[in-house]
Design a protein around this ligand. Structure first.
Ligand code: GLY
Length: 263
């Protein structure tokens, strides 16, 4: 399908909760989060997406949901449907309905059943393959449920066990149609058969989380060696400081859900 140039992609975002300091943490020790700085960083992130031509939808925060700005975990958006997640952390399950309400205007909805667990941050889409991290948040039943929902549209689900970090997309994200940036210490990259793997700089183990959008790659500004590695490949790298969110075990992909315009 050819996309008309005037149909924008949407980046669905949600404002930072005043309770962000009480966010879920799994692998990282709790550090003080500067809320004002986090809000400013989130604003800069949204403006960067706007500068790339996206229509940024900003949902309001909820003080009772510390992690609510990490909307990526609430759904998996494909061209054919949006799959509403059943987040692995019970404290995050209340985040999904406001997002589902918006996505219902863009896509038919399907849902991961309550008997399974799946966070959107564990789903890496490469063409018709969905690599699903089996993690502290997403279980094998979640991967199986997703596979059942997307199979009618020709997608294959490949489970990928993850160790050492929260989500699969902390360990690996796309920088091309069949190329990823990865920290191979956290997930077995041989499971991504046929995919070219660019490793992060060994001094920057958290640098693998980048957002490929609108022809650019958005990266956290604090990982200069990995950024150089991407730029040397000719990628259009745009940097943004998400340092307060790294303390919340999150990164650049976590803070938006991208919805492709389909014309
Ligand atoms: N703090 C991000 C998460 O645990 O989901």
């Amino acid at each position: 399908m050819t996309r008309p140039e005037d149909v924008p992609d949407v980046a669905l975002t949600r404002e930072v909760s005043p309770s962000l300091a009480r966010c879920e943490l799994t692998f990282l020790p709790r550090e003080a989060i500067d809320l004002a700085r986090a809000v400013a960083q989130h604003g800069a992130y949204c403006r960067l997406l706007e500068s790339l031509g996206l229509e940024v939808v900003r949902l309001p925060a909820d003080a009772a949901q510390p992690d609510c700005c990490f909307v990526e975990d609430t759904a998996v958006v494909l061209d054919e449907l949006a799959v509403i997640a059943h987040p692995g952390a019970p404290s995050r399950r209340g985040e999904v309905e406001i997002v589902a309400g918006v996505l219902a205007h863009h896509r038919p909805l399907a849902r991961i059943p309550a008997s399974a667990r799946l966070d959107g941050g564990d789903v890496l889409v490469l063409g018709r393959r969905l690599f699903v991290g089996v993690t502290a948040r997403t279980d094998a039943a979640g991967a199986t449920a997703l596979a059942r929902l997307v199979a009618p549209f020709g997608y294959e689900v490949v489970p990928v066990p993850v160790t050492g970090c929260l989500h699969l997309k902390s360990a690996v994200t796309a920088i091309g149609d069949e190329t990823v940036l990865a920290n191979p210490a956290w997930a077995d990259m041989t499971l991504l058969a046929g995919v070219e793997v660019v490793p992060v700089d060994t001094d920057e183990p958290w640098a693998a989380n980048v957002l490929r959008v609108a022809g650019a790659v958005v990266a956290h500004a604090g990982f200069p060696r990995t950024i150089d590695r991407l730029a040397e490949r000719g990628l259009d790298v745009r940097t943004v400081d998400v340092g307060e969110f790294l303390k919340a075990e999150a990164g650049v992909t976590c803070k938006s859900l991208l919805v492709r315009g389909l014309g």
